[in-house]
Ligand binder design. Structure first.
Ligand SMILES: C[S@@+](CC[C@H](N)C(=O)[O-])C[C@H]1O[C@@H](n2cnc3c(N)ncnc32)[C@H](O)[C@@H]1O
Length: 265
């Protein structure tokens, strides 16, 4: 199931001042989702009154989406821990699969919560560049806002977040339009058809996410745009990477995750 075709509205917390109303209007304009006044009503009452399937709620502390059961909001999740480990000199499976170095350019075609993009941005540093593409307008808007404003982390993590550029777009369209060799690494982490139960961040993203499967046409477009390599994340026991022609797989032997690599040369 995905969110396309569902009725979503933007609203604010109960006592919203002009700052929150302005932010709600900005998010409404970015997503194309209309804003409705909160008028002292509960979220349940709003959902019922407008016969809506979901609400984007703009509060001072956070901006979140809810459909009445799950809540989706930006948080850096395991990225912070991964950055701590990288700082200690430990290996990160994704960074190793990307062979990523400071100053390089990464195109993250499936931004999601932006956790992988954040780790990539930390490694590429201030002379590098990470562009994240996300086709779900609500996910793109909430993660963009979160990346700009989240401040419960170290300076290095915050700077890495702020450097990430986020574009709400279908990666098929962008990949087809970019010149060859424009990014050192093109990264794809599509929704797994069989979800990992442990990943609560991704589970809250599921109702909003684009679930279209990765095709060999997309990986061919990605390889054209990559200067060095294309990296695709998938479940280790799935067949998708082999079906897509990835012969080179990496990842921890005990990890449920594998990374497929297509080298440019
Ligand atoms: C598994 S999540 C990515 C998680 C991400 N790597 C992270 O660290 O948070 C996949 C994301 O890719 C998005 N997506 C899927 N197909 C897409 C497409 N064609 N263009 C852009 N984004 C897409 C989904 O909406 C979803 O948010």
């Amino acid at each position: 199931m995905n969110w396309y075709g569902k009725r979503t509205l933007v609203t604010t917390s109960l006592r919203a001042g002009t700052d929150l109303l302005d932010l709600a209007d900005r998010i409404s304009a970015e997503t194309g989702v209309p804003r409705v006044p909160r008028d002292n009503r509960s979220l349940k009452a709003l959902l019922g009154h407008y016969e809506a399937d979901g609400l984007v709620v703009v509060e001072a502390e956070r901006v979140f989406f809810t459909d009445g059961s799950v809540e989706f909001f930006f948080h850096p999740g395991l990225a912070v821990l991964r950055i701590v480990e990288i700082r200690k000199g430990k290996n990160d499976q994704m960074i190793a699969a990307m062979d990523l170095k400071p100053g390089q350019r990464v195109l993250d075609c499936t931004l999601g919560l932006g956790n992988d993009a954040l780790v990539a941005s930390y490694v590429t540093g201030e002379n590098g560049q990470v562009l994240g593409l996300e086709s779900s307008p609500i996910v793109a808007a909430l993660v963009r806002h979160g990346m700009r404003t989240y401040n419960r982390s170290s300076r290095a993590v915050r700077d890495s977040m702020r450097r990430i550029e986020i574009k709400c777009a279908d990666h098929r369209v962008i990949l087809a339009s970019l010149p060859p060799d424009s990014y050192d690494v093109v990264y794809l982490d599509p929704m797994f058809s069989c979800p990992l139960k442990k990943s609560s961040g991704i589970n809250s993203l599921r109702p909003l996410a684009d679930h279209r499967p990765l095709t060999s046409e997309v990986t061919a477009l990605a390889l054209r745009v990559a200067r060095k390599r294309v990296v695709v994340k998938d479940i280790r026991w799935g067949n998708r990477l082999r079906d897509l022609g990835f012969s080179h797989l990496t990842g921890g032997r005990k990890s449920p995750i594998a990374f497929g690599i297509l080298l440019k040369e």
